[in-house]
Design a protein around this ligand. Structure first.
Ligand SMILES: [Zn+2]
Length: 347
């Protein structure tokens, strides 16, 4: 996540655990874990992917808490080397794979903590995306609360007014009298309501949550994948550093997200689309108004699904000690243990 964004945020003391060393699974272990994850995706009916800054590092945007992350270096009085601007940054392999998996209905929703706009640039429709911390390429009206795609990244952080009149029209042709504000949250802001509702409902309904490139330290975003577990679903985490909820996961993959998902696509026999500038609605936003508001209709439809599946269902308590007793997880745990032993022997 780039520096001009980090520098724009107000000072904040507790930035969580920083700079923990990264771990890498052996290629043999990675292949076995990818097979398990691909099968979980195939078997699941409702898959939600939670993304963090780690999925944008291969686009040249530094993360926050990695060994070279913005907050890790800040603690040492240093700044990361950034050689890409938000305007130039292109979607990574992971962004393109997620777009494809949504199209193929292999996954149903993406919940992102990233404000870099790369999911938007990849062509992922708003219907399938919650942006919990905002988006540098989106403006929001202070009156009608509609959101619009920007042609260039916003220069402010923290919902500041740009002075530009809202482009939305009301019934009867009256224009909205509101003004546009940036849609990027500062520390003290509460999360955008509709994004959070959609993310919570999808996470609760999901039978599989996959976390990519996040240490899950920021709340409430980092806690949402646990909703899936509470309702009996599975949790898979793919991250280089340990995360806050590794002990609650059914499977933890320590490897680069791009390579891990590339492997999954091979197993699923799906092609990875290359980035197509024509799908990037930021370009179109130069000459036309592109609405980026979450549809109320979509939220209502989702609430129906949630009520049918989750209402009246008692949430399961997450009991880590009992995890080994859960027979559906036994295979995964066993496989990982087997691999640990194998690694030890070969070393
Ligand atoms: Zn408005």
């Amino acid at each position: 996540m780039s520096c001009n964004y980090a520098e724009g945020l107000s000072p904040y003391k507790d930035k969580g655990v920083l700079g923990v060393p990264e771990k890498f699974d052996s290629s043999e272990k990675l292949n076995e874990k990818c097979l398990i994850l691909a099968n979980l995706i195939k078997e699941s009916k409702h898959v939600v992917v939670h993304t963090g800054a780690g999925i944008s590092t291969s686009a040249g945007i530094p993360d926050f808490r990695g060994p070279n992350g913005v907050w890790t270096l800040e603690k040492k009085g240093k700044k990361p080397n950034v050689n890409v601007s938000f305007a130039e940054a292109k979607p990574t392999k992971t962004h393109m794979i997620l777009k494809k998996l949504i199209e193929c209905k292999k996954i149903q929703y993406v919940v992102s903590q990233n404000i870099d706009g790369l999911h938007l640039k990849s062509g992922l429709p708003r219907k399938y995306l919650a942006e919990l911390h905002g988006n540098m390429f989106v403006d929001e009206c202070n009156l009608c609360k509609r959101q619009f795609v920007r042609h260039t990244p916003v220069e402010t952080v923290g919902k500041k007014c740009s002075g530009i009149p809202c482009g939305a029209g009301h019934a009867g042709g009256r224009p909205c009298r509101g003004r546009l504000h940036d849609a990027v949250l500062d520390w003290e802001h509460s999360l955008p309501e509709n994004d959070l509702i959609a993310a919570e409902l999808h996470s609760s309904v999901a039978d599989l949550s996959i976390c990519l490139g996040t240490t899950l330290q920021i709340v409430p975003s980092g806690k949402l994948p646990l909703e899936t577990v509470k309702y009996g679903g599975k949790l898979v985490i793919c991250n280089l550093q340990p995360t806050k909820h590794d002990n609650k996961a059914d499977l933890v993959i320590n490897y680069y997200v791009d390579e891990t998902l590339e492997n999954i696509m091979k197993i699923l026999n799906l092609e990875i689309p290359s980035y197509n500038e024509d799908d990037n609605c930021i370009k179109l936003a130069e000459h036309s108004i592109i609405d980026w508001t979450i549809s109320r209709k979509d939220i209502l439809a989702l609430e129906k699904i949630y009520k049918a599946k989750c209402k009246g269902v008692k949430k399961k308590r997450i009991l880590i000690k009992n995890k080994e007793d859960r027979t559906d997880n036994a295979k995964i745990i066993k496989l990982e243990v087997k691999n640990e032993i194998k690694t030890e022997i070969t070393c």
